[in-house]
Design a protein around this ligand. Structure first.
Ligand code: GDP
Length: 352
């Protein structure tokens, strides 16, 4: 009998990669998409797995989401991957779920008598970590609480720990640092950069406007990170893990690598909000329509965050040691994959 997995928020980047991984491993995969009649709920996974006999999508309205027990009774999952992270601003619309996503799912598991058979993964966020006096952080949790969504994430994190310790349930948190891919939303800086620069080479945009170019982030590939999510549920004992590459780059470096992949050598001139990325050389025909001296990156103060979260450098060695996990994709390869995907989109759009 194939294993059954349930993935919440399957419509996002991680949900789609995780579904792909589990289907390859022979799982039957059920995915929940929160139904919102106003938003288009089309999912990345819908597209990727349409027609796959072992792939099932469930559109839930918010009353069903508050009680997933009925679905659990029906599908009796071996593994649940709760990818419902409270992110962005907590509003009246998101408030009903904020901070109780883990509680709802873990209670639903108990109410169906599945607490000794169903394994639970909770997607926790690196935003829980703040820069603590410049310390490098291993697999411990610090309390960095400057926003309502972080309060919610911390509540979910400790709920999973609490159900593990109190009820002996197999519940783990994965604290994932930034993980990107061509499926990343453009609200994140990496995709904004690869899409913006690709558009510039095809004449669709003139300039890319960014915020803090000095911000440091540890960027991995989402495809590598979902493997780790699966591995966490295959251990003998449930534990929490930090998932990161251990290497940080600045936003400016990411821009530089992405531009190079498009055949543009960039030079940064000026400081602070006056800083600009100027074309120093064109080294491939992809960027042939541009000229040396063109300014294609500028700082726009609108994108500078008033309360920037400085993420500490992290040490993912516990994942390496205990689970044999190491990220397979370097930042350079991640940049190449994202740029090439966005270049293909841009070329198509330029032809229309
Ligand atoms: P986050 O780590 O979840 O905040 O991921 P983001 O991709 O949204 O932001 C990563 C870093 O890029 C943060 O430090 C931002 O301040 C910085 N950044 C600089 N310019 C931009 C921008 O135009 N958009 C976004 N989203 N972030 C930017």
């Amino acid at each position: 009998m194939s294993k059954v997995a349930l993935i919440t928020n399957i419509s996002g980047q991680d949900g789609s990669y995780l579904a792909e991984l589990l289907l390859k491993k022979g799982y039957t995969v059920h995915g929940i998409i929160p139904h919102n009649p106003v938003l288009n709920n089309k999912s990345v996974s819908d597209d990727l797995h349409a027609g796959h006999p072992e792939f099932h999508i469930h559109h839930f309205d918010h009353t069903e989401i508050s009680n997933p027990g009925r679905l659990l009774a029906l599908i009796r999952p071996d593994e649940i991957y709760n990818l419902d992270i409270t992110s962005g601003t907590v509003t009246h619309a998101t408030l009903p779920g904020a901070g109780i996503s883990a509680l709802r799912m873990l209670e639903a598991i108990r109410s169906q008598g599945l607490e000794h058979t169903t394994r639970y993964y909770h997607a926790s966020s690196s935003a829980l970590y703040g820069l603590v006096n410049g310390m490098s952080i291993n697999d411990m949790v610090t309390l960095n609480v400057p926003s309502a969504n972080r309060v919610a994430q911390i509540s979910d994190f400790w709920t999973a720990v609490n159900y593990r310790e109190t009820f002996g349930m197999f519940a783990c948190n994965g604290i994932l640092f930034n993980h990107e891919s061509p499926r990343r939303s453009e609200s994140f800086v990496t995709r904004k950069i690869t899409r913006g620069l690709a558009n510039i080479t095809q004449g669709l945009e003139k300039c890319l406007y960014l915020g803090n170019l000095n911000a440091l982030r540890d960027w991995g590939h989402a495809r590598d990170y979902v493997k780790m999510q699966w591995l966490m549920l295959q251990q003998e004992k449930p534990e929490d893990f930090v998932i990161a590459t251990g290497i940080q780059f600045t936003v400016r470096q990411f821009v530089t690598f992405a531009a190079l992949e498009l055949g543009i050598k960039l030079r940064f001139v000026g400081k602070g909000i006056e800083e600009k990325g100027v074309i120093a050389a064109i080294i491939s025909p992809v960027a042939a329509a541009l000229k040396v001296g063109d300014v294609i990156v500028e700082v726009d103060p609108r994108y500078i965050r008033p309360a920037e979260v400085s993420k500490a450098s992290v040490n993912p060695s516990k994942a390496r040691r205990q689970l044999g996990w190491a990220p397979e994709t370097s930042l350079q390869d991640l940049v190449i994959e994202m740029v090439q995907a966005d270049l293909a989109f841009a070329k198509k759009a330029a032809r229309l």
